[in-house]
Design a protein around this ligand. Structure first.
Ligand code: CS2
Ligand code: MG
Length: 402
């Protein structure tokens, strides 16, 4: 069996997506997502210049060898661009293998460990009242786990506040939008927000929150401690994790569960956090970290330390990643939760899929491979539109983490 062709499809049905399609001499094809928000064309170039020429003629059944070839064989290892390109190849090959076998990826991995996948949705509002209402709306939609983000009094353009109630999309301009950050205002406001949410809705729902890398380890420790009465499911990306050891300080001061990993690319970004039990959830995702082949290794390693998965699932991860993630989530024994932000109707039409939401959970549907396709004729109607993620500055103009 041989790979006969591979090509990249870029489409923008509301936001940009990069998809790799691999075709074989048996007439079976597979697709993988390679989207890197705000840097889409870098991955396109990497795939077209360095990956696709080497794919042609390879045996698509040899997924492991392809992974090692593009990881070890690149010499320049790791990084968001390389690992997304590898992920796209990997997911497309798992898709092909599933189609050849007539099995879902879950079945190829060892079969389902659960009946459906617990997901969390994103509620956000411009202020306290708006966020309370947004959480209520998610409860009404059936969500049992809800991430709450809110505009903060005195801060212009806070992270996580969307332009509509159901869709949050931060990439929005050809040059990054400049936002302003003030840690003290955030530290004062955040516990008030969760106090209000618990007073309004009680303790029956799981609540989550994303700090988006803004705090120092000691500020993060303070926030974790102040949020303890509200029993969060997790506090995410509360400090940057380039220095994994930084989490030790936070951990020593709070029992609020910690989640991190959406910008990690390989096990090496998470190894110390996991083996020192400095986090509770690893948020690495299939598209960000080299596909199913690598994420499976991360999850198995995490299981040794009772760290559970909580894969990133923002709208900049295409339905192809969501389909593959659900296949993975159904299997992975140490599953925690899956992030689920709804895609727009245009996006869902470009990527036909079988997964569906019901009562706070996603159901993958009966599929072979990952079960997501691309309608190329429709995709071609939405040409690429440059868009970038915002940047953040402190009030005195100093650059900060967005
Ligand atoms: C995020 C994303 O938790 C999350 O979903 O932190 O909103 C993130 O900002 C985007 O994926 C960036 O592209
Ligand atoms: Mg996040």
């Amino acid at each position: 069996m041989k790979i006969t062709a591979a090509r990249v499809i870029v489409t923008c049905p509301g936001r940009n997506f990069v998809t790799l399609k691999i075709e074989t001499d048996q007439g079976v094809y597979g697709i993988g997502d390679a989207t890197l928000n705000g840097r889409e064309l870098s991955v396109v170039a990497y795939l077209e210049e360095h990956v696709i020429p080497a794919l042609i003629g390879k045996d698509p059944r040899r997924i492991e060898d392809a992974w090692q070839y593009f990881y070890r064989g690149a010499y320049w290892r790791r990084g968001p661009v390389t690992m997304r390109a590898i992920a796209a190849v990997d997911v497309a090959l798992w898709d092909i293998k599933g189609k050849m076998a007539g099995m879902s990826i879950t079945d190829l991995l060892g079969g389902a460990s659960r009946d459906s996948v617990l997901v969390y949705g994103h509620a956000n509002g411009a202020d306290l009242e708006g966020t309370i209402d947004a959480v209520g709306q998610y409860i009404d939609l059936g969500y049992t786990a809800i991430r709450a983000q809110s505009g903060i009094p005195g801060i212009k353009l806070a992270y996580g506040v969307g332009r509509g109630t159901l869709h949050y999309e931060p990439a929005d301009a050809t040059l990054p939008t400049e936002t302003v950050w003030n840690t003290s205002k955030y530290l004062d406001y955040c516990p008030k927000l969760f106090d209000a949410l618990r007073s309004n809705y009680g303790n029956d729902h799981e609540l989550l929150h994303d700090g988006h890398h803004r705090l120092t380890p000691n500020e993060a420790a303070q926030l974790g401690k102040n949020l303890e009465p509200y029993r969060l499911f997790w506090l995410e990306d509360i400090t940057p994790a380039e220095n994994q050891e930084a989490f030790r300080h936070i951990r020593q001061h709070t029992t609020t569960p910690l989640a991190v990993g959406e910008i990690f690319n390989t096990i090496w970004d998470a190894k110390d956090l996991i083996q020192n039990q400095l986090i509770d959830y690893i948020r690495m995702t299939i598209v960000g970290s080299g596909g199913i082949t690598h994420l499976r290794r991360v999850a198995d390693f995490a299981a040794l330390w009772q760290v559970r998965t909580g894969s990133h699932g923002a709208t900049d991860l295409s339905p192809v990643t969501m389909g593959a993630a659900l296949q993975f989530d159904m299997w992975v024994p140490n599953f925690g939760i899956q992030e689920y932000m709804r895609h727009t109707e245009e996006t869902d039409a470009v990527f036909p899929h079988a997964y569906s939401f019901d009562k706070g959970r996603l159901h993958p549907g009966a599929v072979v491979g990952h079960g997501v396709d691309i309608d190329e004729a429709l995709a071609a109607r939405y040409p690429y539109k440059p868009a970038q993620l915002p940047v953040a500055r402190l009030e005195d103009g100093t650059m900060w983490n967005w």
